[in-house]
Ligand binder design. Structure first.
Ligand code: PLP
Length: 401
């Protein structure tokens, strides 16, 4: 039973953790197993091959670490860099802020490029820094692909273009926690050196696996990187990969079976269809926001996120009230505004295993809540705008054609 019961299903529209599909829940409902038996390594082998597909890499080496996105960050940094190394890092919202805090606490020399929240990374400043860095003092570029706090997606292809243009050898480290497996992400094509995600986001699993994928260049860098690392040391994994037993320490058996099923479902839908579904849900949400007469926190279309929409509310309304009411009255879970945008935005997460009609339920709920808190919304306006678009754009379900 729910910890605090509400009738029907909770409409879970926070941008992670997200809804877990029923087949995945069932796949995880099992006993523990001996992870040194032949069965678990055999399944692990298929998982390591298949997670590469969601990163769109053939040359990368994945590590499935019992951790969260925060641990995956630490794994990416400590395996590739040494204390004192100069990193250019973009601060555009709460999650990039937290990653930068971790980078500073790990004693890297962090060159922070800050944007107003609601804007993307200032890549023109990156260009200036790369152009001026003849001595190659910049060892890594750290960027959050999709800033979950503000609903801003950065352009990674441009980062690669700039690195190539200035023939700069800096490592390219990407937080793909709320993007990989939902937004267009191309590790090999964009020359990303370390990409990472967490199981509770687009993979639609419980929290608990941080997936980190390293390019050959990142693996090479790990041989000379001097940061202290123990739990997150890629080398321990690589030793067990060679042995064919794969695990330096105990994995969650249930999560591995869950991941197997989650990947099977994603491939059955088709990764490109998954990405198209997210694009559709993002567009429908933005059309609803516009019809309500509200503003997207994301200031330009080029940064619009298809996994989360942060909605700005008028100054006389406290967005936390909207989130509170959503849960208390409508059994709807929306994301709070974080840090600088606390009270100013609420967030609709539209990522992972969610479909168009579920989204419409959420949008209907938001309309009623807006009315509850005194915002003059025309009931049905956002839902109508979303429906008009969706009705023309929802494809047949690939597995049912
Ligand atoms: N990076 C991004 C973009 C996130 O959205 C989050 C969490 O929401 C994190 C990192 C941190 O992940 P975790 O909470 O799994 O440690």
């Amino acid at each position: 039973m729910d910890y605090v019961y509400g009738p029907g299903k909770n409409h879970l529209f926070v941008p992670g953790p997200v809804n877990i599909p029923e087949p995945v829940i069932r796949a995880m409902n099992r006993n523990n197993e001996d992870y040194r038996s032949p069965a678990v390594p055999a399944m692990t082998k298929t998982l390591l091959e298949d997670v590469k597909k969601i990163f769109k890499t053939t040359t990368g080496t994945p590590f499935m670490i019992p951790t969260t996105g925060t641990g995956a960050w630490e794994s990416a940094l400590t395996n590739t860099l040494s204390p004192g190394d100069r990193i250019v890092s973009f601060l555009i919202g709460q999650f990039s802020l937290l990653w930068i805090d971790q980078q500073q606490r790990l004693k890297f020399n962090v060159d922070v490029v800050e944007s107003e929240w609601g804007q993307g990374a200032k890549l023109d400043i990156l260009a200036e820094k790369l152009a001026a860095d003849h001595a190659h003092t910049i060892k890594a570029i750290c960027i959050v692909h999709n800033e979950t706090a503000t609903g801003v997606t950065n352009n990674l292809a441009t980062v690669r273009k700039l690195l190539d243009q200035y023939r700069h050898p800096a490592l390219f480290l990407v937080d793909g926690v709320s993007s990989i497996c939902a937004l267009d992400f191309r590790m090999d094509e964009w020359g990303v050196d370390v990409a990472l995600t967490g199981s509770q986001k687009a993979l639609s699993l419980p929290t608990g696996i941080g997936i980190v994928c390293a390019s050959p260049k990142a693996l090479e860098a790990s041989k000379s990187a001097k940061s202290v690392r123990v739990f997150f040391d890629w080398n321990d994994y690589l030793k067990f990969y060679k042995l064919g037993t794969f695990w330096p320490y105990t994995p969650s058996i249930q999560l591995l079976y869950g991941l197997r099923t989650a990947l099977d479902l994603i491939f059955e839908e088709g990764l490109d269809n998954v990405i198209a579904r997210h694009s559709r849900l993002g567009t429908a949400t933005r059309l609803a926001v516009e019809a309500w007469g509200l503003k997207n926190c994301t200031q330009k279309e080029e940064w619009y996120s298809d996994t989360v929409t942060a909605v700005l509310v008028p100054p006389h309304i406290d967005s936390s009230e909207i989130v509170k009411r959503a849960w208390k009255r409508y059994n709807l879970s929306l994301g709070l505004g974080l840090n600088k945008v606390a009270g100013k935005v609420f967030r609709i997460g539209h990522l992972g295993n969610v479909n168009d009609l579920q989204l419409l339920g959420c949008l209907a709920g938001v309309e009623m809540i807006l009315k509850d808190v005194g915002y003059p919304v025309k009931l049905g306006s956002g839902v109508a705008a979303a429906c008009a678009y969706l009705q023309n754009n929802i494809p047949m379900i690939p597995s049912r054609i």
